[in-house]
Design a protein around this ligand. Sequence first.
Ligand code: TTP
Ligand code: MG
Length: 393
Amino acid sequence: MILHVDMDAFYAAVEERENPELRGKPVIVGGKPEHRGVVSTANYEARRYGVHSAMPTAAAKRLCPHGVFLTGRIGLYAEVSEQICEVFERYTPLIEPLSLDEAFLDVTGSERLFGSPVEIGRRIQAEIKEELELVASVGVAPNKFLAKIASDLEKPNGFVVVDGSAVLEFLDPLEVGRLWGVGKVTGEAFRRLGVKTIGDVRRLPDGALQQFFGEHGEHLSRLARGLDIRRVVPHRQARSISHETTFPTDIADVNVLRAWVITLAEQVAWRLRRYELRTRGVQLKLRYSNFQTITRSLKLKKPTNVTQILCEAACELLLDRVDLEGRSVRLVGVGAQQLDGRSVRQKNLFEDEENLRLEELDKASDQIRQRFGSGSLGRASAWERKKERKKKD
Ligand code: TTP
Ligand code: MG
């Protein structure tokens, strides 16, 4: 299954976040009118006045004279875009960004670890909202074409799922302009043919599309049936993999925290192995009950994806580099940075026996997880802590 995630009024939403005084006001980001600038985007308040992307800023000013006009900070938007990608990377390495504010994600292989595609989509939407204070719309569908349409249908804050068994019911009522490749010329031709919806396209007699539009017609015919075989092509490798958890009630007991750190480090190691990656950088993140957030990191001697090494490194950060001073913690996270994809195939990088033994151990436990699910195995100590906690409860 494919997710398409598209941020709502992206540039304007980032500006609103940076300056809460803008909230509720029409915000227009774009070039200056005196330089014949055009609108990059407008928030939804400004859109009510008819302002939209690509219109001259001068025209936007006439439509919405009291709007707040900003020239935009692309560097900032790019930075936020990276942070959005980091949320995606928690769930899949198969991410194809289309622009700063939208991406396709193939979550087919992520189900066992994170739940159904719908659950993953919901979590991504919620994490973007909670952590980045931005709103995304999400489409969940069997392919890219359908996912992209779905994310757009209920903007802003949309969440639309296209069920694989109800693709035609989903597509048929939509207007024909939603088909990829239907611009002005094709749109006009369809109008002349009396074709208004995607259903109308599908119901054209066999061969009619090819006759009218040649090769393009075949393409349209496939799309109108919801067929799209294009894969999600990741543009770049994941730069980091992390897992974190927010506790229902804050935790001050370092042993309980340690158990969580181990659990999270195991998940990170598991994902590294799954994506054939190794890491040199381990990071621990803690958020205290007053929301103060700290990170501590260390560099490993060699890149690794061995569970035990990552668990030890993460625990070392917790026990040696953090002074809890009796404070309680609401969130803990473990991350792997400086990922290295190539070294996985350079087998003899890890000649030393201890490492080989640990890698074998991980391989065996990964196989068990594959068969019985991700909850079936854990470090003994993590498991014992959980047991202890249960007893206390
Ligand atoms: P879009 O996703 O098309 O628009 P949006 O995110 O502002 O609004 P929504 O998705 O809710 O409809 O584009 C993403 C960003 O790209 C947008 O915030 C600004 C920039 N952009 C331009 O600079 N020029 C343009 O013509 C368009 C369409 C977008
Ligand atoms: Mg957008």
